[in-house]
Design a protein around this ligand. Structure first.
Ligand SMILES: [Zn+2]
Length: 185
C-alpha cells in the first residue's frame, strides 16, 4: 500500500469510528432530548456547549423527538468531527497515481456529504413520522413533551471494520471504509 493510500484508509477509519461513537451515544439516550454521562463527555470532548433544559424541552416539542440526544447537539458534534476530518484531509496531497486519486476523490466526496447524510439518518430514527394533528394532540396531552420509548429503537447496525453506523437499510457496504455490517457490539 502506498503512503497516500494508507493515509486515506486511516482517515476513512478515523471518520467512521468517530461518527459511529457519536451516533451510537446519541441514539442510546432513551429520554427524548435527554442526556447521559457518555454524551456529556462527548460534548465536552468536542468543546461544545450543552444546551439548557429549557432549550431541550423546546427542541423536543418542536421536532417531536421520540428518543436520543437533541438534534441541535448531534448536529454540532457531527460538525466538529467533519471539520477535523476536513483538516486532516487537507494534509493529504492529491495523488499522481490514478487508482489512488480515485480513492482520494471518494474520500473528499464522503467528507462533503457525510454531515448531511448522518444527520438525516439520525433524524429518521429519532423523529417519528406522523401527522401534525396527532403530534399537536400528543403534545397537548403531555405538557412536559417528554416521553420514553422502547429501548429496542436505539439499536444501530454498525460496520465491523471502522464502527460507522449503517446510514440506510439498503446499504450493504460501509460508506466510510467499505467494510461489512455486523451487530454493533
Ligand atoms: Zn466502516
Amino acid at each position: 500500500m502506498s503512503l497516500v493510500e494508507q493515509q486515506i484508509v486511516d482517515l476513512e477509519m478515523w471518520l467512521g469510528k468517530k461518527i459511529g461513537i457519536a451516533y451510537k451515544t446519541a441514539i442510546a439516550i432513551n429520554e427524548p432530548g435527554g442526556n447521559s454521562e457518555e454524551w456529556i463527555n462527548l460534548i465536552a470532548y468536542y468543546k461544545l456547549k450543552e444546551i439548557t433544559k429549557e432549550e431541550r424541552t423546546k427542541s423536543v416539542l418542536a421536532t417531536g423527538l421520540k428518543r436520543g440526544a437533541p438534534v441541535s447537539e448531534v448536529y454540532e458534534v457531527f460538525n466538529s468531527i467533519v471539520k477535523s476530518a476536513s483538516n486532516k484531509f487537507k494534509k493529504i496531497k492529491r495523488p499522481m497515481d490514478d487508482n489512488d486519486e480515485i480513492k482520494w476523490e471518494k474520500l473528499r466526496d464522503l467528507i462533503d456529504r457525510i454531515h448531511g447524510d448522518t444527520l438525516k439518518s439520525y433524524k429518521k430514527l429519532v423523529v417519528p413520522k406522523r401527522s401534525m394533528f396527532s403530534f399537536a394532540k400528543e403534545a397537548a396531552e403531555n405538557s412536559e413533551g417528554v416521553k420514553s420509548f422502547n429501548n429496542d429503537e436505539g439499536f444501530v447496525m454498525c460496520c465491523s471494520g471502522c464502527g460507522a453506523p449503517r446510514l440506510k437499510t439498503t446499504d450493504f457496504e460501509c460508506d466510510f471504509c467499505g467494510g461489512s455490517f455486523a451487530n454493533g457490539e
